[in-house]
Design a protein around this ligand. Structure first.
Ligand SMILES: Cc1cc2nc3c(=O)[nH]c(=O)nc-3n(C[C@H](O)[C@H](O)[C@H](O)COP(=O)(O)OP(=O)(O)OC[C@H]3O[C@@H](n4cnc5c(N)ncnc54)[C@H](O)[C@@H]3O)c2cc1C
Length: 89
């Protein structure tokens, strides 16, 4: 069984976007199943390699951003304030 989209955790933890990742992971899961049936390769290995290459890095980066920014609302406040100040100048 291969899981894609929200069910597979393919959501950007920083931007909360999931549509793109659902479409990409669904596409890669379907291609991996088709290739596994045609070549007797392990579908889950193909799928893991493919999603990691395509969207793995950005999802990992999003988790780092999410953890470093959202663990303390004062950081978000500082970010919004910095942007507001920048706009005025
Ligand atoms: C309020 C809100 C706003 C969002 N805004 C954005 C946005 O602006 N941009 C963005 O990229 N992402 C956004 N997202 C996230 C995005 O909607 C999801 O990441 C994306 O829809 C995931 O697609 P999916 O196919 O994995 O799951 P889903 O779109 O949830 O599809 C799953 C489907 O399976 C069906 N289902 C569930 N259980 C069963 C069952 N037992 N049998 C048969 N069918 C079943 C459900 O009815 C549903 O149709 C938002 C989410 C929410 C809740």
């Amino acid at each position: 069984m291969l899981v894609a989209g929200d069910a597979g955790g393919f959501v950007n933890g920083f931007s909360a976007e999931g549509i793109y990742y659902a479409m990409v992971s669904g596409d890669l899961a379907a291609a991996s199943v088709a290739d596994a049936l045609a070549t007797q390769a392990a579908g889950h290995s193909l799928y893991r390699r493919r999603w990691h290459a395509e969207i793995g890095t950005e999802l990992e980066d999003a988790v780092v951003l999410q953890r470093s920014l959202f663990d303390d609302t004062r950081k978000i406040d500082a970010l919004v304030e910095a942007r507001r100040t920048e706009r005025r100048s």
